[in-house]
Design a binder for this molecule. Structure first.
Ligand code: AMP
Ligand code: GLY
Length: 431
């Protein structure tokens, strides 16, 4: 089988690496991939990113199955384009991907299908939004409607902050079209968890539970990022909560999409807030796997990923189960100087080669690349090339052990300006 993975982050590196372990898989093309995917056996980078070019590539290479990592191509309709060309692909069609692409679509969908979420109202008019703030308590949450690469959510602690967020999005247009409509949402307190499932449009397989750390700095301080680390399982998701989430959130969403004649195929990620009393509400839906959640989830997956995804794309997920390593996994993200606002590029990464040699001898950790590139002057040298640079993910008998192992590995990898949290997993250790 020849497969294609679309994307260039550590999530896509992990997906492609896992797919390549399948005895049924001959080559996994990664479009466009990164310096890490270039080094893996049976993975091949291809410098293609536009949807029509990806369709042409898949036709020409006779790709058996394509897997999409990031949200942007999904919301732009890559699945519709592949299916129209008769190509097999895992992911939601453009209509269903609006669950992530438009927060007002997601809200209306949740209301319609009785899925619990925060109360909110949608605005295009700044004056009306300002009036609404005057009538509600703080903290309050202001969200850009469209995709804004992690910059679209402001948790306003004061009314002044809320008014200024409204002006930034609706008046100054700082987020462009993504912020030309906003949601103002009730603030929810509690603990966050990511709940990710794979669906074929009707049947659903929940993936191992996980939690990520979205803030840049220790103690969950500093700006929001794509995610600075993750661990699996998430002790906050008890078996009881797991059932509740499946019944109250996941199944209504999958059935709701099917009722709207747009069956949801692919990964569905519910970002949840769990209140101290155990009430669950959806903060957001994503139409893809999480990053860095994928790195810990796939490290624990024992089932052949290609078989799982092929069943998802063929409508036969009821014929298979997913098995998970009973060990825990934890992932640390090493980010570039200046991330998330202004990541610096071209810092030399030291120590990678020997760390990656160790990984070949032990199957208990993996270094996934994200913003990396090979130096044009010295092909042996790997440079930083983006915000999140590396994801170091390790298995251990407990979260504590996985954590010690991951921190021991990153000690040997260096680049100037590296930002890394020192407290990944602390919430998982409390219980
Ligand atoms: P989102 O992109 O909607 O997931 O928001 C990004 C982050 O903002 C979430 O991971 C939460 O930490 C926080 N957040 C979003 N909505 C709310 C809310 N209604 N109440 C409290 N925190 C929120
Ligand atoms: N780690 C959060 C996300 O992938 O959206």
């Amino acid at each position: 089988m020849k497969l294609l993975v679309i994307g260039s982050g550590a999530r896509e590196h992990a997906i492609a690496w896992k797919l390549a372990q399948s005895p049924q898989v001959e080559t996994v093309f990664v479009a466009p991939g990164n310096a890490g995917t270039a080094l893996e056996s049976r993975l091949k980078n291809v410098p293609v990113t536009a949807i029509p070019d990806l369709v042409a590539f898949a036709q020409q290479e006779k790709i058996d199955l394509t897997v999409v990592g990031p949200e942007a191509p999904l919301t732009e309709g890559i699945v519709d384009a592949f299916q129209a060309a008769g190509l097999k692909i895992v992911g939601p069609v453009r209509y269903a991907a609006q669950l992530e692409g438009s927060k007002s679509f997601a809200k209306a969908f949740m209301l319609k299908h009785g899925i619990p979420t925060a109360m909110s109202e949608s605005f295009r008019d700044a004056a009306a939004a300002h009036r609404y703030i005057g009538q509600h308590d703080v903290p309050i949450v202001i969200k850009a409607d469209g995709l804004a690469a992690g910059k679209g959510v402001i948790i306003a602690q004061t009314r002044e902050e809320a008014h200024s967020a409204i002006d930034t999005m609706l008046v100054a247009n700082k987020l462009g079209a993504a912020g030309s409509q906003i949601l103002i949402e009730e603030y929810l307190a509690g603990e966050e968890a990511s709940f990710i499932v794979l669906s074929d449009g009707e049947n659903v397989i929940p993936l191992a539970t996980s939690q990520d750390h979205k803030r840049l700095l220790d103690n969950d301080e500093g700006p929001n990022t794509g995610g600075m680390g993750a661990y699996s399982p998430a002790p906050v998701i008890t078996p009881d909560l797991h059932d509740k989430i499946m019944q109250a959130i996941i199944m209504p969403a999958i059935r709701g999409m099917a009722q709207q004649a747009q069956p949801y195929t692919g990964f569905l990620y519910a970002g949840l807030m769990i209140s101290p009393h155990g009430d669950i509400r959806v903060l957001e839906f994503n139409c893809r796997l999480g990053d860095p959640e994928t790195q810990v989830i796939l490290l624990r997956l024992k089932t052949d990923l290609f078989t799982l995804l092929n069943h998802a794309a063929s409508g036969t997920l009821d014929q298979i189960n997913a098995e998970w390593d009973t060990r825990a996994a934890l992932c640390l993200v090493m980010a570039a100087h200046g991330y998330p606002d202004n990541p610096r590029k071209n810092d030399v990464i030291h120590g990678l080669e020997s760390a990656m040699a160790d990984q070949r001898n032990a199957n208990e950790f993996h270094i996934f690349h994200a913003g990396t590139t090979t130096s044009s002057e010295n092909r042996e040298q790997i440079l930083t090339a983006g915000g999140r640079v590396l994801s170091v993910a390790a298995l251990g008998e407990t979260i504590q052990q996985a954590r010690s192992k991951a921190y021991a590995i990153v000690k040997n990898i260096h680049f100037d300006g590296c930002q890394m949290r020192r407290d990944i997993g602390y919430r998982g250790l409390k219980s």
